[in-house]
Design a protein around this ligand. Structure first.
Ligand SMILES: NC(=O)c1ccc[n+]([C@@H]2O[C@H](COP(=O)([O-])OP(=O)(O)OC[C@H]3O[C@@H](n4cnc5c(N)ncnc54)[C@H](OP(=O)(O)O)[C@@H]3O)[C@@H](O)[C@H]2O)c1
Length: 272
């Protein structure tokens, strides 16, 4: 066991495998006590025992199915009432089984419950709580597909665009109240997510698939550098800044009292 400086407690959702389990490992290594959340209690307890033995941190397990409102409220309660919690990693999520035109609507609605409704509730509860305390950080796991709705399953893309927008918006409201936020946009990452949805990562171009430890180490480096949006694959951050700047070009013209002349709409008599 290595002695490291103790840091605040971190709550990680979807900590039983993949990106969440890797965050749990890296945060424990940095000296954070942990609350691990997911459905599979056995996997969480095994990971908790391993991390506390390896890093000397305290690790609690909170079993919750985040598609169920009562379970989400239980996690929210923990976030609001456990004053040691200083970091939320809002990570639990599921991927699509295929394209929209062949996907199952009940599955897609469960995806929205997990990827959107639960993420929204936990992110805002954490932002409100941390703002009141003047201290805390939220890491929301989105995806690069938030930026390319033309590719991949639309409900999944939209759920991740929601996470990105939400993060950017919380930042505007909470940054001056001591709350740090970060959206992480992984590309393809080697985890169980594809097998769980009935696919296989091995069918994908390996040059596009990142190892999960590299992904989390890069995302935490982006967090340490103070990035609001971290895209671990993107070589040049200037490309992201150019994209944001191009989007803001639209800003002065997004709401006027008259439609643009190019639509040829006559002014109505009432408005004259
Ligand atoms: N892997 C990629 O290529 C990739 C790319 C971009 C973004 N992401 C995002 O990264 C996040 C983590 O995914 P991953 O790749 O690490 O996948 P993963 O290995 O399948 O892990 C998903 C985690 O979410 C938990 N989870 C699933 N359903 C849940 C539910 N109903 N309630 C509570 N927890 C639930 C799982 O635990 P239990 O089964 O124990 O509940 C597991 O811990 C997701 O938000 C995903 O959209 C992944």
């Amino acid at each position: 066991m290595r002695a490291v400086e103790k840091r605040g407690k971190a709550l990680v959702t979807g900590a039983s495998s993949g990106i969440g389990a890797t965050y749990a490992d890296r945060l424990a290594q940095r000296g954070h006590d942990l609350v691990l959340v997911a459905r599979d209690k056995k996997r969480l307890s095994d990971l908790a025992a391993k991390l506390s033995a390896q890093y000397g941190v305290t690790v609690d397990v909170l079993k919750a199915d985040l598609t169920l409102r009562d379970d989400v409220r239980l996690v929210e309660k923990r976030l609001r009432e456990d004053e040691a919690i200083e970091l939320l990693v809002n990570n639990a999520g599921i991927g699509p089984k295929g394209p929209l035109l062949t996907d199952d609507l009940d599955y897609l609605e469960a995806m929205i419950e997990l990827n959107v409704v639960a993420v929204n509730r936990l992110a805002i509860a954490a932002a409100q709580t941390f703002a009141m305390r003047g201290k805390g950080a939220i890491i929301n796991i989105a995806s690069v597909v938030a930026l390319v709705p033309e590719r991949f399953n639309g409900t999944y893309n939209a759920s991740k665009a929601f996470v990105l927008n939400l993060t950017q918006s919380i930042n505007v409201e909470a940054a001056d109240k001591g709350v740090r936020v970060q959206a992480v946009l992984p590309g393809l990452t080697r985890t169980e997510i594809f097998d769980r949805a009935g696919g296989s990562i091995d069918r994908l171009d390996p040059s596009m698939v990142m190892d999960v430890t590299d992904l989390v180490d890069a995302a935490l480096a982006g967090f340490d550098q103070g990035e609001l949006v971290t895209i671990p694959s993107l070589p040049d951050a200037a490309d992201w800044h150019a994209f944001t700047k191009a989007r803001m070009v639209l800003s002065p013209n997004l709401s006027h009292d008259r439609p643009a002349a190019r639509y040829g709409v006559e002014q109505t008599a009432a408005a004259v």
